[in-house]
Write a protein that binds this ligand. Structure first.
Ligand code: KG4
Ligand code: ZN
Length: 347
């Protein structure tokens, strides 16, 4: 008998995602983004995103069903992002998922978006080992997770105390006069620059900080350091070497993320690292993670970029793991939770 067919719905930020997954197989992943509508504001406007989800949800669902060549009545369970994320956008997805599950009389699973960023890798690289480390980095999250079981055993070792990695890139992008989102632009400039040109700070890496924040990150001081450095050059009437600033800044972020992650793998005896989230597109992070994992004998799993940014496949993937683990489905009165704890895989 074939494995259950899971419909996954994602709407926590600016991407409306609907996907169909059977076991570890992705049948189709349909995504509609409202990023273009936010770009001119320099950030995501929740009400604009909510309206875009409302408009895109059913067309995206129809596209996913038709491309996967399945009927809604073939679906065995509906998984939806219950948090963390923006309340309005989450509510649109959760409402749609509840209505769909009710209409087809199938179970509903309200799942954790951040855990989904790690879960999606099983669709690309297959089943997870018994224990692995997951680094989830995007515009909204920077978290280090120790995973015993993607369905039921996720431990949060650390996270950012302030800005997420992508958010820090976007803010530095703004101060360097780059278009929003600045992350990919800084990446491009950094590839032409010297990462050792400017020594920017590595927060929470001193002995004293490590004692309390061994696996936490902080990027807001780094962003301020870049701003001060740029201002002092401007005040002195000097040119800003954009490539070197970008490369030195990107190097500081990648250095802290990878150093802490590899240390966590070594301390917990874990030999597999999954990296997910939109920021895993970053070249400096990818290169440094590949190099340091190879040195430490750690298998590095990073899905292709289209599965690292927000999508329905990650939610369907986690839903499929929950169903396989025999987890009790969610009640139909579940709320959405903008700050859902990362240890909660589902509600
Ligand atoms: O996962 P995602 O699409 O949305 C969120 O959930 O945040 O991640 C988008 C974030 C943005 O902050 C964007 O600037 C950043 O990831 N990003 C990058 C790169 N590509 C995307 N940052 C640095 N380098 C990149 N190549
Ligand atoms: Zn995300």
């Amino acid at each position: 008998m074939s494995e259950p067919l899971i419909l996954g719905i994602e709407s926590s930020c600016d991407e409306t995602g609907v996907a169909l997954v059977r076991g570890n197989e992705l049948l189709f992943d349909a995504v509609a983004s409202s990023m273009d509508e936010h770009a001119r504001f320099g950030g995501i406007i929740p009400e604009v995103a909510s309206r875009a989800h409302l408009e895109a949800m059913i067309p995206t669902l129809r596209r996913a069903l038709s491309e996967a060549n399945v009927d809604l009545s073939d679906v065995d369970a509906v998984a939806v992002t219950a948090g963390p994320g923006l309340v309005g956008p989450l509510t649109i997805g959760a409402s749609a998922a509840k209505a769909l599950a009710l209409a087809i009389n199938k179970p509903l699973y309200g799942v954790n978006h951040v855990v989904g960023h790690a879960a999606v890798d099983k669709l690309v690289h297959g089943d997870f080992p018994e224990k692995f480390m997951a680094l989830v980095v995007s515009g909204g999250h920077s978290s280090l997770l120790l995973v015993d079981d993607i369905a039921t055993g996720v431990n949060e070792l650390g996270s950012t105390l302030d800005d997420a990695a992508g958010e820090a890139f976007d803010k530095v992008g703004r101060l360097l006069g780059l278009p929003y989102p600045g992350g990919p632009h800084i990446d491009r400039l950094a590839r032409e620059g010297n990462p050792a040109a400017i020594k920017f700070p590595r927060a929470l890496t001193s002995k004293k900080d490590q004692a309390k924040h061994m696996y936490d990150f902080s990027f807001s001081g780094l962003k301020t350091a870049v701003a001060r450095w740029v201002e002092s050059r401007q005040d002195a009437g000097l040119e800003i070497p954009l490539n070197d600033v970008a490369a030195s800044f990107a190097d500081a972020v990648a250095d802290v993320l990878t150093a802490k992650t590899i240390a966590a793998c070594e301390l917990h005896g874990v030999d597999t690292l999954v990296v997910g989230g939109g920021f895993s597109a970053n070249s400096q992070l990818r290169d440094m993670a590949a190099e340091r994992c190879a040195q430490a004998g750690i298998t590095l799993r990073i899905p292709p970029i289209k599965y690292c940014t927000d999508n329905g496949a990650m939610i369907a993937a986690l839903g499929s793991s929950l169903v396989a683990a025999g987890v009790t489905p969610s009640n139909f009165d579940i709320p959405v939770d903008s700050s859902m704890p990362l240890t909660v895989t589902h509600v």
